[in-house]
Design a protein around this ligand. Structure first.
Ligand code: FES
Ligand code: FES
Length: 155
C-alpha cells in the first residue's frame, strides 16, 4: 500500500506492507534509527515518537494508520540547537547507555505540553511506560522538571 505522511517536516510517500509497523517504516525504510525497539510487547517505550503532536509507541501503530499524519522523531527535535529537553538531559546526566533516551525525551515533551509544571510524582507517573535499565530514573526526573522550569522562564 502507498502511504503519504510528514516525517520531521518532510513529506514522504512510501510503499509499505499492510503489516508494517510505524517503527519499522521509520527505522528500516527511512533510516531514522534514533527510534529504538526494546521489546516486542509494547512495554518499554524506546520507540516513542510524536504522531500529530502526541507521544505514541510507534511499535503499536501500523504504518498505514499513520497515513496523512505528522510524525516527529528524535532526529527532528534539534533545530540547529538542541531542544530544551535534550539540553536538560545532558545537563542532569539523564542518560547513560542512551537506549531508552529518545523515547523518554519524546514522552517528556508530551508531558510538558499537557502539564507545564509537573511534580516529581507527575513525571514518574507519566513516564511509567518508558523503561530505563541504567539511570534509576532520578536524573531523568530532575531533567524533566528543570526543562519545565527553563521553558516557563523562556516564555
Ligand atoms: Fe518496546 Fe515499542 S519497542 S514499547
Ligand atoms: Fe540506558 Fe535508559 S539510559 S536504558
Amino acid at each position: 500500500m502507498q502511504i503519504s505522511l510528514t516525517v520531521n517536516d518532510k513529506p514522504v510517500t512510501v510503499d509499505v506492507e499492510p503489516r508494517t509497523l510505524l517503527v519499522e517504516l521509520l527505522r528500516e525504510k527511512l533510516s531514522l534509527t534514533g527510534t529504538h525497539v526494546g521489546c516486542d510487547t509494547s512495554q518499554c517505550g524506546a520507540c516513542v515518537v510524536m504522531v500529530n503532536g502526541q507521544s505514541l509507541k510507534s511499535c503499536s501503530l501500523l504504518a498505514v494508520e499513520a497515513d496523512g499524519a505528522r510524525v516527529t522523531t528524535i532526529e527532528g527535535l534539534a533545530n540547529g540547537e538542541l531542544h530544551p529537553m535534550q539540553e536538560a538531559f545532558r545537563d542532569h546526566h539523564g542518560l547513560q547507555c542512551g537506549f531508552c533516551t529518545p523515547g523518554v525525551v519524546m514522552s517528556a515533551i508530551d508531558l510538558l505540553q499537557n502539564n507545564p509544571d509537573p511534580s516529581e510524582h507527575d513525571v514518574r507517573e507519566w513516564l511509567e511506560g518508558n523503561i530505563c535499565r541504567c539511570t534509576g530514573y532520578h536524573n531523568i526526573v530532575k531533567a524533566v522538571q528543570d526543562c519545565a522550569q527553563r521553558m516557563k522562564e523562556a516564555k
